[in-house]
Design a protein around this ligand. Structure first.
Ligand SMILES: Nc1ncnc2c1ncn2[C@@H]1O[C@H](COP(=O)(O)OP(=O)(O)OP(=O)(O)O)[C@@H](O)[C@H]1O
Length: 912
């Protein structure tokens, strides 16, 4: 018994050593470059093939092949990837989502290339570099971990590496060559990948698809080590390896047997599921590459061409027609990614799981092997499978609520791998499950016609999800999640909807695919397919229905017509180019945001002649009756629409007033009249306390945002203004204290729920939806806000001078001042009772600031409660009725604006 335990432990250490090597490589690359290299397993596979090529095919000595493969080729792959793929992306801004797609591109390129070069079949004759004795492998893993630890800790390069990891730009400013550090990280990461590949190859299936996946399954080791600690990675890897080995001794009988066996054989997958779904995520950015978010313009006539192309196979016969049957099915699967990724902006690497479940359930239902259900006719089985799989979309939808970017990629990948290993690899799925086509559609031509009908249904459903209220909300969520939330879009439930709809569509496509080939083939829904489909859909324009159909035709056509792997290689090359396409809306808005950040942000106007002059002017105007007194009871004041030179001549310019007084909502002096204003409510915060770790950012803050008043919060940098703002807007939950809207306690309500109760907000850094037009941006606010009023969009567009030709322009590329007005109009369109404005003057020129002040004053005059966090004291003097001065997390002075501003010591609000 003891010897069995020992033997199993040795076997487990062997597996664990290979996993530890993978973990070390992934962590080093991630630390040096910020890239979680999804291609790590593919590099391992290529190196394993290469060593086999040297020794088996060319008859070279093992030491020679190993030296060239591991010391020359593997590092060279890393260096090439760094220089030609990832460094250009870092120069462009290092967006993690772009690097994710690029690393997926490298993955599919290497897998496709290997399939082309060495064929798709598995090889069993890979040479053995280190004997099966686990001590050798363990020694290699531990020695490498120790060497990396020593280099990181005690050498100059290690110090540079840590500096780059801490803050790349600061390190570069300090004279460190970050590119050199990244290149070394890539070279070393590829070396460990190669080593893993050649160590594993003799003991596992060496094939282009299986081995990369096997290696990537152990990514859990790196995630469990928080992509940071090498000792933790090594210990976790060895622990899982040994535990997996020991589990093989368990032989429970009954229902638990297959489950225990599956877990025992796939403990790394279980660890991946736990690491990706339970542990907090390792990457947090939510953007997809610009090609994915680009507004898809379908050329005129493209649909006609597509319809003709899809009808052509009806004229085919034999093998061609049989192959064509796969295209509509794959098209439906890819449409599911159009909904989830294209429109909703959510990374989903697990769509193959839903497609496979659709296929499996259809086959089981049609065969009468599904628990508790009789055998169903094929079409009914297909529809029932779709209904059964749809709610399983929550498996990836739920993690998506709190995860973004890399963390979501890992979670969806984990679900894909988990379903593949624990559901598709079971005897009921692997024992030749056949499936008939529906009665009357048995022949390829008839079945193709049926598929076209189902494809048309899927296109209609996709169209509905991409257009209208839901489509706009999805696009808003994709373009700017917090902005969407602030506009009232219920982001969590919308994400669930997208994933559920995506799962249903994928299941439909999967079922169609299985009926096409008359069998459930688990390999057709392998997780690697999920990666390939995701890369394909991003490459061909994720929010583009026609792109999905073209991708389906391309993937099926190339793989059928040429040697297997061509389609993957092509998609891989295209994915590598994704980051280099000309600037799209994503880039343009990002540039606007950068301009904004370097603009007025942080320039706090010291209290001086300007403010005092404004206060005097206000008093003089009030005395002369030229300016209305501060509204005290919601009495309407004059409001003119903001107008802008660019509205008239189409070119960006400075804001100007029309110079005519047109009443509160001038354009609506004729029917239909605006709805009666909502009852005003005070937003009241009491004893708010927020601590970040041990640092108290808010300490017992009380504030009232009163209807009909403009309240301003001023204070030096770090005073806690933004923290207070976030507590009021619902983006931060205070540790103590309460926020009430009228009588209702809203402390625990989310941002979108508060918006729907009438608390709207704008952002210091622009939060517009670049792929939507100006009018659509505003409409999102009107549709999702407190009062769903059909006339609100037009009123908001007019009020903010956006109702000219500009209304139809995509928001991407518009000047910052215009985008500020778009954001304000969106907030206003929801008919808010309370409007929270975070540095509304940031990025605006003098004329625009003046125009903004007039509009905001008039909104207050109309009964809206306004709170402004602002550095520009001139604007505060111009605008505010009540001023709160914050310092070190407390409100130190509150009172009427003229009194507070007059007594304010400039040192209290020191310039940044
Ligand atoms: N997420 C966070 N984690 C840790 N500390 C934070 C966090 N957010 C803010 N802080 C700290 O809390 C304090 C208050 O920050 P806050 O952003 O609210 O100040 P502020 O008055 O808005 O400053 P600014 O005018 O620069 O925006 C600052 O010292 C800041 O460094």
């Amino acid at each position: 018994m003891a010897s069995l335990t020992y033997d199993l432990t040795l076997a487990g250490l062997s597996v664990g050593s290979a996993a530890a090597l993978t973990g070390i490589g992934l962590i080093v690359t991630y630390r040096a470059t910020g890239v979680l290299n999804f291609a790590h397993g593919a590099i391992a596979m290529v190196c394993a093939y290469l060593l086999r090529q040297f020794t088996v095919e060319w008859g070279r000595p093992l030491w020679f092949g190993a030296a060239v493969t591991l010391l020359v080729v593997a590092p060279a792959i890393g260096l090439v990837l760094e220089r030609f793929v990832f460094r250009p992306l870092a120069v462009l801004g290092g967006d993690p989502a772009q690097t994710l797609v690029a690393s997926l591109g490298v993955f599919v390129l290497l897998v496709g290339g290997a399939a082309l070069l060495w064929g798709q079949g598995a090889r069993a004759d890979a040479p053995t570099l280190v004997a099966a004795d686990p001590w050798g492998q363990l020694a290699v893993a531990v020695a490498i971990a120790a060497a990396v630890g020593a280099v990181t800790r005690w050498t100059r390069f290690g110090r540079e590496l840590r500096a780059v990891v801490d803050d790349r730009s600061l390190a570069v400013l300090g004279g460190i060559d970050a590119d050199r550090v990244a290149a070394a990280g890539w070279a070393f990461g590829s070396f460990t990948a190669g080593l893993t590949g050649v160590l594993l190859a003799p003991y596992v299936r060496l094939d282009p698809y299986g081995m990369p996946l096997l290696v990537m399954e152990v990514v859990a080791v790196a995630v469990a080590a928080r992509m940071r600690s090498l000792p933790v990675a090594v210990v976790v890897a060895l622990g899982i390896g040994v535990a997996q080995s020991q589990l093989t001794r368990l032989h429970p009988s009954g229902w638990a047997e297959p489950l225990v066996q599956a877990v025992g054989a796939n403990l790394f997958v279980v660890a991946l599921l736990i690491a990706a779904l339970v542990l907090p995520g390792v990457g947090t950015r939510d953007a997809l590459p610009r090609t994915a978010t680009a507004r898809a313009e379908t050329p005129a006539g493209a649909w006609t061409v597509a319809v003709i192309l899809f009808l052509i196979p009806l004229g085919f016969a034999g093998r061609d027609l049989h192959t064509s049957v796969q295209v509509p099915a794959l098209g439906v699967i890819l449409l599911s990614l159009v909904v989830v990724t294209g429109r909703g902006g959510q990374i989903s690497l697990g769509q193959a799981a839903y497609a496979g479940l659709g296929a499996l359930f259809t086959a089981l239902l049609a065969a009468g092997r599904f628990p508790f259900l009789p055998a169903l006719p094929e079409l009914t089985a297909l529809l029932a499978a779709v209904l059964l799989v749809a709610p399983l979309g929550l498996l990836t939808g739920w993690p998506a609520i709190s995860r973004h970017g890399l963390a979501l990629a890992l979670a969806t990948f984990a679900v894909g791998v988990g379903v593949s290993r624990f559901v598709f690899a079971q005897p009921y799925a692997t024992s030749g499950l056949t499936l008939s086509r529906p009665a009357g559609f048995a022949g390829d031509r008839a079945y193709y016609v049926l598929e076209l009908g189902l494809l048309a249904c899927a296109l209609t459903a996709t169209g509905l999800l991409r257009r209208g209220r839901t489509g706009r909300a999805l696009a808003a969520m994709r373009d700017h999640e917090s902005g969407a939330s602030a506009a009232g879009v219920p982001v969590p439930s919308l994400k669930l909807t997208a994933f559920v709809a995506g799962a249903a569509l994928a299941a439909l496509g999967g079922g169609m695919l299985a009926m096409g080939v008359r069998a459930f083939d688990p390999a057709a829904y392998d997780p690697v397919r999920g990666l390939l489909w995701f890369a394909a859909i991003v490459v061909l324009g994720a929010d583009n229905t026609l792109g999905a159909l073209a991708a389906a035709a391309l993937l099926v056509g190339l793989d059928a017509g040429a040697r297997g792997g061509v389609a993957a290689a092509l998609i891989g090359v295209l994915a590598l180019l994704v980051g280099r396409f000309p600037a799209g809306p994503y880039e343009t808005v990002r540039a606007a945001v950068v301009r904004l950040r370097s603009g007025r942000r942080g320039v706090l106007t010291p209290l001086g002649a300007g403010v005092r002059g404004r206060l005097r002017a206000r008093e003089a105007a009030a005395g002369a009756g030229a300016e209305p007194p501060r509204p005290a009871s919601g009495a309407p004041g004059p409001l003119e629409p903001m107008e802008h030179a660019d509205q008239n001549d189409g070119s960006p310019g400075t804001a100007q007033y029309s110079g005519r007084s047109r009443g509160l909502f001038p354009s609506l002096s004729s029917p239909p009249p605006p709805p009666p204003p909502p009852p005003p409510h005070t937003l009241r915060a009491r004893r708010l306390r927020v601590a970040y770790g041990g640092f108290t950012a808010l300490d017992g803050v009380d504030v009232d945002v009163l209807p009909g008043r403009v309240s301003a919060v001023v204070g030096p940098n770090g005073a806690g203004k933004s923290t207070l703002f976030h507590c009021l807007a619902g983006t931060l939950r205070p540790d103590q204290g309460s926020v009430r809207l009228g009588e209702r306690d809203v402390t625990r309500l989310s941002a979108h729920a508060r918006t729907r109760l009438g608390v709207a907000r704008t952002f210091q850094q622009l939060a517009v939806f670049p792929s939507l037009t100006v009018a659509e941006n505003v409409r999102v606010g009107a549709e999702q806000g407190w009062v769903a009023d059909p006339g609100a969009t037009e009123r908001a567009l007019r009020l903010f001078g956006l109702d000219g030709p500009m209304r139809a322009s995509p928001a991407a590329g518009l000047p910052t001042g215009t985008l500020r007005r778009v954001e304000l109009a969106r907030a206003f369109a929801g008919s808010p009772r309370v409007l929270l404005l975070d540095e509304p003057s940031a990025g605006l020129d003098t004329g625009e600031v003046a125009a903004l002040a007039r509009v905001l004053r008039a909104l207050a005059a109309d009964g809206t409660a306004l709170l402004v966090v602002e550095h520009d004291l001139d604007l505060v003097a111009d605008l505010a009725d009540v001023v709160h001065v914050m310092t070190a997390g407390r409100i130190v002075t509150s009172g009427p604006a003229d009194q507070v501003l007059r007594t304010l010591d400039p040192r209290d609000t020191a310039v940044e």
